[in-house]
Design a protein around this ligand. Sequence first.
Ligand code: TEU
Length: 578
Amino acid sequence: TLATPWWKDAVCYQIYPASFKDSNGDGLGDIPGILSKIDYLRDLGIDIVWVSPMFDSPQIDMGYDISNYEEVYAPYGTVKDMDDLIEACHKRGMRIILDLVINHTSDQHAWFKASRSSKDSPKRDWYIWKPPRYAEDGSRLPPTNWRSYFSGPAWEYDEGTGEYFLHLFAKEQPDLNWENEEARNAIYDSSMRFWLDKGVDGFRIDCVNMYSKGVDYKDAPIVVPNSYEQPGWLYYANGPRMHEFLREMNKKVLDNYDAVTVGELPHTPDPKRVLDYVSLADRQMSMVFQFDIVDLGQGPAHKYRFQSWKLPDLKSIITKWQRFIEGTDGWTTAFCENHDQGRSVTRYASDAPEYRVLSAKMLAMLMCTMTGTLFIYQGQEIGAINMPKTWTIDNFKDIESLGFYNTVAAATNNDKAALDEVMRSLYVLGRDNARLPMQWDSSPFAGFTDSKDGGWMRVHDLYPEINVAKQLQEPESTYHFWKSMIQFRKAHREVLVHGTFEVFEPDNEKTFVFAKRRGSKTTVVALNFTSEDQVVELPADGLALRVGNYSDAETLEEMATGATRTLRPWEGRLYMAG
Ligand code: TEU
């Protein structure tokens, strides 16, 4: 057996509270709803439940704008409900982690209200305040040209005190000033110790590399023409004190609880830079989400300017991030969905009616054979797909998607072609795609809510086809395939979770063939990423078929000779030797 921290072999399931399960008919998911599905998660083979923010919040950014870390958003339930959820997970041998959103708070947090109240407030320095700068014509300008993620400047002018405050996200999400030690200690107490003392097992840490902003607040280089605002991440991500802050957070808090952490690490393409965060000995974070796989298709000037990509791009990303920890004491994650991304079946495979089940199963084979801790997002296990392309912008709720749409609408005077192009991007990449209610059964509103008016968010038109109840009954469903793949991954964890990775034919645009190896064991996975038959060559001898997403794969395999195989549309086969 491997001497390895428990979390390396774990499978984690992300729950988005608003869209998971409504227990009281108000149209919004809630914590008792999560509790009612806890056995469903255990049966699937889940080890860690990650609950996205359920804290008190004005919900400008779906709870990523927290007004009180120590309270639960009332429509979701109470702190007592969270106690029950923690206990329910632990009783079943599962762990539970919460979202730690500490780059910013809500502007309704008491800390920010105090900070904003006057320049002499003892909490003034807990947030990032700067005086205006002035253009040659005397007009007032934000202190830097940084753009916020949700469109417009990353600075908001405060009339009361005559200064700007920084907000990398919405103007209702002011950035905390991590340079201030008193603020850091308050964060540790309120957002971390409070919940660790209640028994949570760790955190998914939001925007973890944005706490240290660098001191000089420089203007970002111009990549968006005719705009004052520019992507500024060069100057606010991975700043000079990042590692110091994380080491402090471990020393002061996390080490005392043996908590697991997974940090969100956007804007960090350099493997050496990522390794700086994940050394086990260095005790900063257990692992991180590196963003390349989910950034695929996002445009350089704006993420929602979709750019098409080819299979070799995906292969090189996977190869790079499968291999970067080799020979180090670092660790990594395997994921391709979360609440900020379009559904993987739509993005990386085919959601056409005849191929979507095969695609979902093929992607399950890919994800379950990756080195790293596996993260899956609610609905991924039933092969959920993006919203129908007939839905208009009125169905969107996400501040980021609406912010972009409205910016383009204003800049082009509602030009139809320009807005159609935005919609085409949003149908692939829009965050709302992952936020549609969970499809539990074929009753009205997919069994997500009993409310006669439906839920807070429209339910996918295809829920009578794609839902949990139906898939539980069908032995060949995507759900059962995922469940058996999770079991298979655990049974072969040494080679699948911890093995080395080798890709074959990296430039082949149709098929993805790779090997995982450890000791004398070899696994070969061959995947067809097209809707036509493709021929592949098996790159090793003595391979026996162990998994396939077509039910007759075994029969065909018995008749096969030599190393050549024909894979049917979106077919995946997994072989083992040794
Ligand atoms: O996201 C942070 C992030 O870096 C982005 O990639 C995010 O996906 C967003 O779409 C910006 O383009 C985290 C959360 O996951 C996200 O839901 C929040 O909106 C954000 O932080 C602010 O807390």
